[in-house]
Design a protein around this ligand. Structure first.
Ligand code: ES4
Ligand code: ZN
Length: 326
């Protein structure tokens, strides 16, 4: 069976990963020691044992706690650098990386510290690791639209360091329309637009992400299968879905990985891609996700090729880069 080798070797873009979710337990402990941050876990193993999630919120509580070890520009640089080095081993040739500034500014970390550290690692990635990397600033949807506006304003002095904005954190109860005005402003400013929708939330949240926020990609979007009209819209518009199989398994979006609907999305002609989401928390990087979902759901070489092609089509890279990847 050559499919695992094909999935690993094929060049790909990664479009849905949260840099804070790439902090491995060993890295969390090393940064905590370096920065004198106290952790409520006795050891790396004790922390890893706490990664027993039952839904999105139970994950987010631990994920925000893990991010609390990031204080200095070097911490953000080291975190991004470690992810980019690891992604290169999965034959990722282009990465669009989410970051959650409000998780850090709420603890008193300046916006410039966050963005400069991450951006420096991205800028060095072509020479250092042979891949291109850009940043997407995500607003935390459990916070207010006012706080999102304040975050945008604080980030604008660094606007050349990120290409787009997204929406993440606790989905249910925080519909995309809550952020209509701040996303309108982001569009005026020329930012690319993505949003998490239809991870745990209903198809209506995907409609809102498309029609209210004007999202160009939907992060997750797996609940779209429950709305036939929406499926036709996503297919006809070639609206990409950045799917994260191991995340969906760990957060019990599907009872079992064998129940995952990635193959159904691909067979319906949608531009679905496979991504790691939070690789340190969900049991693997992008190739681990590809291998696991392919084995559990019976993907073919044709599906593998389509996933790689979709990842490049869905990326915000320029036309010249896309032509090179064809
Ligand atoms: C996230 Cl899996 C997921 N869903 C929503 N927001 C997130 N932030 C980090 N991982
Ligand atoms: Zn995500």
């Amino acid at each position: 069976d050559h499919l695992p080798a094909l999935l690993a070797a094929m060049p790909k873009a990664e479009l849905h990963m949260h840099i804070e979710g790439s902090l491995e337990p060993e890295m969390i402990f090393a940064l905590a020691a370096r920065n004198g941050v106290a952790l409520p876990y006795a050891s790396v193993d004790a922390l890893r044992r706490a990664y027993a999630f039952t839904d999105l919120q139970s994950f987010l509580d631990i994920y925000y706690q893990g991010a609390s070890v990031l204080l200095h520009e070097q911490d953000f640089y080291d975190t991004a650098q470690a992810y980019l080095a690891r992604a290169a081993t999965d034959n990722v040739v282009h990465a669009e990386i989410f970051f959650d500034p409000q998780t850090h500014t709420a603890r008193g970390v300046p916006m410039g510290t966050v963005i400069r550290g991450l951006s420096r690692a991205c800028a060095e990635a072509p020479q250092k690791h042979g891949l291109s990397a850009t940043l997407i600033l995500c607003f935390l949807r459990h916070l207010s639209e006012r706080e999102a506006f304040e975050t945008l304003e604080t980030a604008l002095p660094f606007r050349e360091h990120f290409i787009g904005v997204g929406l993440d954190s606790s989905e249910v109860g925080h519909p995309p329309e809550k952020f209509a005005r701040v996303f309108a402003r982001c569009r005026e400013l020329g930012f690319r637009i993505v949003a998490h929708a239809g991870e745990e939330g209903p198809p209506d949240y995907i409609w809102q992400a498309l029609d209210v926020l004007k999202a160009e990609r939907i992060d997750h979007g797996v609940q779209a299968v429950h709305d036939a009209v929406l499926m036709r819209r996503l297919g006809a518009g070639r609206v990409p879905l950045t799917v994260c199989p191991l995340s969906n398994q760990k957060l019990r979006v599907f009872p079992d990985l064998a129940d995952h609907n990635l193959k159904a999305l691909l067979d319906a002609g949608l531009c679905a891609t496979v991504n790691a989401d939070d690789p340190a928390y969900f049991g693997g990087y992008v190739n681990d996700n590809l291998r696991a979902v392919a084995a559990a759901t019976g993907l073919t070489a044709r599906h593998a090729y389509q996933l790689a092609a979709n990842s490049f089509e869905a990326s915000f890279a320029d036309a010249a880069a896309k032509a090179r990847w064809r």
